[in-house]
Design a protein around this ligand. Sequence first.
Ligand SMILES: [Fe+2]
Length: 455
Amino acid sequence: MNVQMPSAFQQAPAGHVASGSGLTPGYMSGFGNGFESEALPGALPVARNSPQRCPYGLYAEQLSGSPFTAPRVANERSWLYRIFPTVTHFGEFHPAEIGLWRTAPSPETRLPIAPYRWDPIAIPAEPLSFVEGIRTMTTAGDAGAQAGMGAHLYFVTRSMEDEYFYNSDGEMLIVAQEGQLRLWTEFGIIDIEPGEIAVIPRGVKMRVELLGGPARGYVCENYGGAFTLPERGPIGANCMANQRDFLTPCAAFEDREAPSKMYVKWGGDLWVCDLDRSPLDVVAWHGNYAPYKYDLRKYSPVGPILYDHADPSIFTVLTSPSETPGTANIDFVVFCDRWLVAENTFRPPWYHMNVMSEFMGLVHGVYDAKTGGGFQPGGCSLHNMMLPHGPDVDAFEKASTVELKPHKLEGTLAFMFETRFPQAISAFAAESPAFQKSYAGYGRKLAKHFDPSKP
Ligand SMILES: [Fe+2]
């Protein structure tokens, strides 16, 4: 295999360097920049996108993530300079086994309305690639209408070898929970570990390798508008997720001829064709439509510093906008380490009903609304549209009686995929032994404290 070390064209701190254990990815810092990167000197055409002949005999190809005419703020495209254009990487496609991956609309179950929660599911022993190991928990909206999302778990026990994949139905936000992944993308290499996320835009080819042992985590498959940074309003120019902490890979490519397979998720189905070479053959690229990673531990939370409790929107890392301002297709929200200082305040999340629907997962630690032990790292929960939820009895009793001092929540990392659409539960989720059938009753365990004689 001929793997080329990229040289960062600008902004990249180091590019890729060889190490004893293989490659170390190089990244460029920023969010939504007009990045440019080349893995061979001079591979990127200068001052034009589509020269009559590209350097090194490369083909030019544009990848459009938005309509051509989208407003500038939402217009996303990149130019890729590759050994072969994607039409060459397309053979005769055949249906492939999609396993337990579901796409909205997917009304597989009709469970009673209730809050739902699942224990962590153990990583299976069977060989599972990233594509084979997707287990859909919920679906929402309609992928064909480019609105809504799928919430999935992933389990990876084997690397993809001479197998490649891209998703036409949605952008994939990958939340690592256990084990490390190496994402070989057309744009370069991204490594993620628990605490980090990666976002792979719709249509970007990749293969997923394990770095070390098996891996487990979550995927938000975003059928709607591409994730972007939320507005900060009066918070101003700093804090929350800062642009400089988002990392996009430097160009890297394979010139590898070998019998291979290309999997494409399209219209809720999985298709496969045979290839005779790697499609990860982009030698140089430029543009603002590219994969990226982010370390959730770098999130700079803001919150109430005297009393009361802000809405969880202050913890939004990324948002997928809809046509309605302020009504997200998806908000990706993180609950990370932070100080709690509010005086005379019930500090955990409040009791709540919400027109949005909330899928939550836990990377590590304890979530402060659920201290009773049932929400475990690797597990997940669903509090659907306009259904009540809030702290369990353990969390309520502690938080309403504890002496309030400045207190730091440490070693905790929970997150939420919050969508404007109700979420349908998959048959896999409903039938899983991890499904906590008794969770729905947690609210009825709360004690009566009302005493009309004690104002
Ligand atoms: Fe809520």
